[in-house]
Ligand binder design. Structure first.
Ligand SMILES: *Cc1c(COP(=O)(O)O)cnc(C)c1O
Length: 371
């Protein structure tokens, strides 16, 4: 058999090296490497403008942003969250000594099911931590209504939702705080990186202190903060990425459209479609396999793709609630998470990234369609 190139679920896009070298020369000249330097300041402003948000704080990564967001709002006790996400969502609770309470997902776009939240609230509940999974917006109005009724905070894990807008308004403008990840595997990367989005200057200041050990001045430490700062090299790299992000997203959109065109109507394969009024950024391209109709199990397809050097990923299988740390929790019982369990058994994310060529996409489609 002819050897084909290994194709992974994603591949990062990098800005032109010559442009980055110019920025590196400036950093070598200034010798300012971190601690809110000029590139950090510029990137923070330009990124907030691009996203259409007022207050944004850059972080070293999305996980530290999540951990710090919970600290900033002094969230304690129990937090209601989804098991259908990347482990960092729940780990951020664990690192804050908060008990995660898993609630099932809704059947259309697999975000936290609002109608199941109330039954999970106890006197210890202080917040809700939903995820805009695959970049599809959570049911924000319904979640906010419950939060208002019970006096809960809402922190959105928006790691998949860079650039997502609803009727022109950034998805990041909802809830008390949102967090982003700029990890190499995400739509927008700064190698590693992340951010917290908040809605007032006072909260931003608090967050900026927390990511710098709690320092509010040369000799004032207001809280047990952490070191979660983004450095100047990554901020400069991020500034360059911003120049190309529209191009990255439109190439992803083309690929998603091609997949959809060819896979629509294939028996046993379910797709997610764009939502009216939403600008998507095509972070992932999940397909859901109905074993009976497709006449092959999800895992058999996953292995068959692998044999052809196509490395899809089963995001999110296993569910977070199935990992040893969390599986003993009462809310982790499979009976409590029926939809999440079933979707986790069906999903494969297909490769999608700006440099994925048409020939490879055709090859992937051929494996899916002609078994
Ligand atoms: C990637 C990701 C994170 C973690 O972000 P890092 O920048 O890798 O720390 C958190 N939540 C979700 C949903 C993610 O996909």
């Amino acid at each position: 058999m002819k050897k084909t190139k290994e194709i992974f679920v994603t591949q990062p896009s990098l800005p032109p090296l010559e442009e980055f070298t110019e920025y590196l020369k400036q950093i070598w000249g200034s010798k300012i490497l971190t601690n809110n330097g000029p590139f950090h300041k510029q990137f923070e402003n330009e990124l907030a403008d691009y996203l259409g948000v007022k207050y944004l704080s850059l972080f070293a990564n999305g996980t530290l942003a999540l951990v710090s967001a919970l600290q900033a709002l002094r969230v304690t006790g129990e937090v209601i969250t989804t098991p259908f996400s990347f482990v960092a969502t729940t780990h951020s609770l664990w690192w804050n000594n908060i008990k995660p309470v898993f609630v099932d997902i809704e059947p259309d776009y697999f975000t936290l099911a609002p109608e199941k939240i109330e039954a999970a609230i106890t006197p210890q509940t202080t917040a809700i931590l939903p995820v805009h999974v695959y970049g599809n917006p959570c049911k924000i109005d319904e979640i906010q209504k419950i939060a208002d009724t019970y006096g809960l905070k809402v922190i959105y894990d928006a790691a998949h939702a860079f650039g997502v807008r609803i009727n022109g308004n950034s998805i990041l403008n909802f809830g008390d705080l949102s967090i982003l990840s700029f990890h190499a595997t995400k739509v927008f990367n700064t190698i590693e990186g992340g951010a917290i989005i908040c809605h007032d200057e006072k909260t931003k200041k608090q967050i900026d202190h927390l990511k710098n050990f709690g320092f509010a001045g040369e000799t004032t430490v207001i809280a047990p903060g952490i070191n979660a700062k983004m450095n100047e090299l990554q901020a400069a790299y991020g500034l360059l990425q911003l120049k190309y992000i529209e191009e990255y997203i439109s190439k992803r959109k083309e690929i998603a459209e091609l997949y959809r065109r060819e896979l629509t109507g294939v028996k046993g394969i379910r797709l997610l479609h764009d939502i009216k009024g939403v600008d998507h950024s095509y972070t992932y391209f999940p397909v859901f396999i109905d074993e009976k109709l497709y006449d092959e199990s999800r895992d058999a397809l996953y292995e068959r793709l692998k044999k052809n050097n196509i490395y899809g990923r089963r995001y999110f299988y296993p569910l977070i609630s199935q990992f040893p740390t969390y599986r003993g929790l009462p809310s982790a019982k499979p009976g409590n998470l029926l939809i999440a369990n079933s979707i986790a058994e069906q999903v494969i994310c297909l490769p999608i990234y700006p440099d994925l060529d048409k020939m490879t996409i055709k090859r992937i489609l051929n494996i899916l369609i002609n078994k």
